[in-house]
Design a protein around this ligand. Structure first.
Ligand code: CDP
Length: 223
């Protein structure tokens, strides 16, 4: 089965997707991590993030790989053969990533790779445009949301665990800005696929959401 999970920043997609994949014995593919890794490379090379040609060329010449080491919260991400897992979730990358992800040439390269990775099936893929564009034929599609307040609270915790002190207000502003950019970009915007099951995770525990998704994924459930 192919399972697509989309939604705005901090809705809990990656945590939930990873657990669903583990339960089903599937591969978890975090497409946001791919855009983040490319953004990190662009920042390191001091690329102009408003230069689409430069970013498209960069994407074409970059190798990004995702693996799921046991016991790790996030998948391991390698950028041109070097592990960058701990470097892609910084405030700088958060700020830059929507610009990089809005470039059509970047998306084309990433989506090609994402479809390749999903081609053997048995995957849970999360992102913004998985159910609408990357894998429109997915067997199950979910759209996860939560209130802005709750998403900011979760992101603050995650950043604190990584050693970053950022105020909840700043995080709320950053998330809102990123959502707006993702929703309003002309290519592959963040939008719920008409056939995606909507799950509002506000006030729900991770386990509750995972259980709900697994319930909808049981073989007898209607698509
Ligand atoms: O973890 P969080 O929800 O904050 O974001 P993410 O899934 O790591 O994605 C980071 C950024 O990558 C998003 O804000 C989008 O700009 C971009 N992205 C995208 O455009 N398309 C995807 N399929 C996945 C991510």
């Amino acid at each position: 089965m192919i399972i697509a999970i989309d939604g705005p920043a901090g809705a809990g997609k990656s945590t939930v997707a990873r657990l669903v994949a583990r339960f089903l014995g599937y591969t978890y593919l975090d497409t946001g991590a791919m855009y983040r890794a490319l953004t990190l490379k662009a920042l390191r090379l001091a690329c102009d993030l408003s230069d689409p040609d430069r970013l498209s060329a960069l994407a074409a010449g970059t190798e990004i790989n995702l693996t799921n080491p046991a016991g790790r919260e996030h998948p391991a991400v390698s950028l041109d053969g070097v592990d960058v897992t701990d470097q892609i979730r910084t405030p700088e990358v958060n700020r830059g990533v929507p610009k990089v992800a809005a470039v059509p040439g970047v998306r084309a390269a990433m989506i090609r790779r994402q479809r390749e990775l999903a081609s053997s099936g048995g995957v849970v893929m999360d992102g913004r445009d998985i159910g609408t564009n990357v894998l429109p034929g997915a067997d199950r599609k979910f759209f996860l949301t939560a209130s802005l307040e709750e998403r900011a609270r979760r992101r603050k915790l995650e950043l604190e665990q990584n050693g970053y002190e950022v105020s909840e207000e700043e995080i709320r502003a950053e998330i809102a800005r990123r959502d707006k950019a993702d929703q309003e970009r002309p290519v592959d915007p963040l939008v719920r696929a008409p056939d995606a099951i909507l799950i509002d995770t506000t006030g729900q525990s991770i386990d509750q959401v995972v259980e709900l998704i697994l319930f909808y994924c049981r073989p007898s459930a209607q698509k």
